[in-house]
Design a protein around this ligand. Structure first.
Ligand SMILES: *Cc1c(COP(=O)(O)O)cnc(C)c1O
Length: 386
């Protein structure tokens, strides 16, 4: 069988061989607990701190500002809930957007049950938050603004610097979920002027089950996990050393290679985009035309369902995502596409291609060859024809 054509890098990425290689000893002979005080343990501790430096370097942060977590979801929970409770005396309002990842959205929903008030900003047809709407939403009770750097479904990149400036003017903490941009775009926490930034290892060729939260020095934030004195008392629990070492290596590789990769991936994405638009009628692109992640292409193909296309593509050895989550019992259209103003019917016809560093022109051309035939077949059977 042909090699799988993997175009779902926003869901997860394969672990880089170089990352696997440096992780392996920490599953084996280098098993020491970094909190212990003999040589074996010191080795783990040293590896952990070296990895922290590498992650800090990728973000242009100080290593004391990096806390390792169990995943991107934990980083988001920690940032949103931790900042909310630590600043509760100052106020109880949080501002976020309607298109955040569920790690942020559902943390906010939970905080509403604890007496916090959350404002969910809408977005325009490209998925951009409106800065005027943000300014109007701010009250003297606002303690946190949480807006993602780039959206995982459509790839739209939000105006972080402008949002950060508004937060600064009002003395409000600013968190960003940068899980989709770390390792793909240049990130400088001082230039972006964020207080809290979430990232996840498995979204940029590191392992699953490891993430980090950047916490600007002096930021008030409560911990989620209480126990031992790990991570400078911020996140209790014996550290996931193989994961941390892997995350460090992934960060080191990204810092060196992302610029060249961005150009390569963008070129392939544009080739796919143009190819599909030329060969299929009644398609349109979701997300911003240029303020968009280099590897993300989200399209709606009218009159048919994303799931059907996804399954046929899978049958042809091509892995992509669709805009509706049919894993849940009720077939729910994407909250991102609905927020961007799409009807449920059209949103169900969405497909997300997310490209990565190993994709090739041949793979892209195969998709451009295969998908139009699938669409034709499905449209012939579709009850909602033109
Ligand atoms: C994947 C993702 C997360 C969650 O990260 P995990 O490590 O899988 O928990 C959060 N936010 C965004 C934008 C993501 O794409």
């Amino acid at each position: 069988m042909d090699r799988l054509i993997y175009l779902d890098h926003n869901a997860t990425t394969p672990v880089d061989e170089r990352v696997i290689k440096v992780m392996l000893p920490y599953f084996g002979i280098k098993y020491g607990n970094p909190s212990s005080i003999y040589k074996l343990a010191n080795e783990s501790d040293k590896a952990k701190e070296e990895a922290r430096e590498k992650v800090a370097k990728l973000l242009h942060a100080n290593s004391t500002e990096i806390v390792f977590t169990g995943c991107g979801t934990e980083s988001d929970n920690y940032a949103v809930k931790g900042a909310a409770f630590a600043n509760r005396k100052k106020g109880n309002q949080i501002i976020t957007s309607a298109i955040e990842h569920h790690a942020v959205l559902n943390s906010c929903k939970w905080l509403e049950k604890q007496g916090f008030k959350v404002t969910y900003l809408g977005v325009d047809k490209y998925g951009l938050v409106n800065l005027d709407e943000l300014r109007e939403a701010i009250t003297d009770k606002t303690i946190l603004i949480s807006i993602m750097h780039a959206n995982n479904e459509v790839g739209t990149i939000e105006p972080l610097k402008e949002i950060a400036e508004i937060s600064r003017q009002h003395g409000i903490l600013f968190h960003t979920d940068a899980v989709q941009t770390v390792g793909k775009l240049p990130i400088d926490v001082n230039d972006l002027s964020v207080d809290l930034l979430s990232l996840s290892g498995h979204k940029f060729y590191g392992p699953k089950g490891i993430g980090a939260l950047y916490i600007r020095k002096g930021t008030r934030i409560d911990s989620l996990l209480h126990g031992g004195h790990h991570e400078s008392n911020r996140r209790a629990g014996t550290e996931n050393i193989p994961g941390i070492v892997g995350l460090g290596k992934a960060a080191e590789i990204a810092a060196k290679e992302f610029a060249a990769e961005e150009i390569k991936v963008r070129k392939l994405r544009d080739r796919l985009e143009n190819g599909l638009i030329n060969k299929i009628d009644d398609v349109f692109i979701n997300g911003h035309p240029d303020k968009r992640l280099p590897g993300t292409l989200n399209i709606c193909i009218k009159y048919i369902e994303g799931e059907g296309m996804l399954l046929h593509l899978d049958h042809n050895g091509i892995a992509v995502s669709s805009g509706s989550a049919c894993t849940s019992a009720s077939l729910k259209a994407s909250h991102v596409l609905i927020s961007m103003g799409l009807s449920h019917e059209v949103a169900h016809g969405s497909l997300r291609f997310s490209l990565g560093r190993d994709n090739t022109e041949q793979e892209i051309d195969k998709v451009i060859e295969v998908l139009p035939t699938i669409v034709e077949k499905l449209r012939e059977m579709s009850p909602i024809k033109k």
